[in-house]
Design a protein around this ligand. Structure first.
Ligand code: 13P
Ligand code: ZN
Length: 278
């Protein structure tokens, strides 16, 4: 099978385009990765380049040894993924230590995988362990409202989680574990990857202060839906803060969240249901 005929690859391309249409990917902003199943990698193996040299990942992810990933290229624009996937994306395979990768397909005009490859792979590894291999998608985007909140709210997991939960009744059902916050750090390296993957053991989403958001999920739909839900909640909070400076006449209260958790069969940590002023 040709790579571009694969349903996984088609799903990846359509998710990238959906993110572009949302306005989350100015220029080359954001990146996306998908951990292929062994069956998906096998069915497109004829289309893979058998040669190619090994390159350092810049992080060590031994739990992901020999795994195959579809990822966006560094400096490539989400805007162009749908029209020219072979120039914008690549499929890479890790070596048996999880320290180097080899490109099997894509980046036909040259280039390298996203500069956030260490963060993507460390997040994949954290999720492989924490979610028993169910998660396959890691998505980084630059949605404006969640970034704006990092200038307004304290950079604390419990504050971001609680404020976003309050903005839409379904939020605690969509991300019951909450959301983590990484303080401002230099992007693209191992240090920010370590900080993010530590949060990803606990949460499915981590904000990068003054930069963007990382989400993890089992499928393209769920991961895109998580990014979309968080950004929508952030947009509502920005609207409220724009009008009143943040004061709310009424909101969803801790006892309301507890009732919701019971009805929707989710566990909401009491850490996020602390007492506060409206
Ligand atoms: P890349 O073009 O290398 O993927 O970088 C974009 C980005 O959002 C960095 O955080
Ligand atoms: Zn970014």
């Amino acid at each position: 099978m040709k790579v571009l005929e694969s349903n996984a690859v088609k799903g990846f391309i359509s998710m990238a385009n959906d993110g572009w249409l949302q306005g989350w990917h100015e220029r080359n902003g954001g990146n996306l990765s998908y951990r292929l199943t062994a069956a998906e990698a096998a069915e497109m193996a004829d289309d893979f380049d058998k040669g190619g040299e090994w390159n350092a990942v810049g992080a060590s992810v031994p739990q992901l040894a020999n795994e195959t990933f579809l990822v966006t290229g560094s400096g490539k624009f989400f805007r162009n993924v749908q029209s020219d996937p072979e120039a914008s994306l690549c499929i890479l395979r890790l070596d048996d230590k999880g320290e180097s990768y080899k490109i099997l397909w894509g980046l036909k005009n040259g280039g390298r995988p996203t500069s956030e490859l260490p963060a993507h792979l460390m997040n994949h590894e954290a999720k492989l362990i924490a979610a028993g291999g169910k998660h396959r998608v890691i998505y980084h985007a630059h949605p404006a409202n969640i970034i704006a909140l990092t200038f307004l709210l304290p950079l604390e997991d419990r504050v971001f989680t609680r404020e976003l939960w309050e903005m839409a009744t379904e939020c605690p059902v969509v991300f019951p574990d909450g959301i983590g916050v990484v303080p401002w750090m230099v992007p693209g390296g191992r240090e920010i990857a370590v900080a993010t993957s530590r949060l990803m053991r606990k949460y499915d989403a981590a904000v990068w202060a003054h930069h963007g958001l990382f989400c993890s999920g089992e499928s393209f739909d769920l991961t895109f839906g998580l990014m979309h839900t968080i950004e929508k909640a952030a947009e509502i909070l920005i609207k409220v803060m724009s009008v009143t400076g943040g004061a709310k006449r009424q909101t969803i209260q801790p006892e309301n969240f507890r009732a919701l958790a019971k009805e929707f069969n989710v566990t909401l940590s009491e850490d996020f249901l602390y007492d506060k002023q409206v």
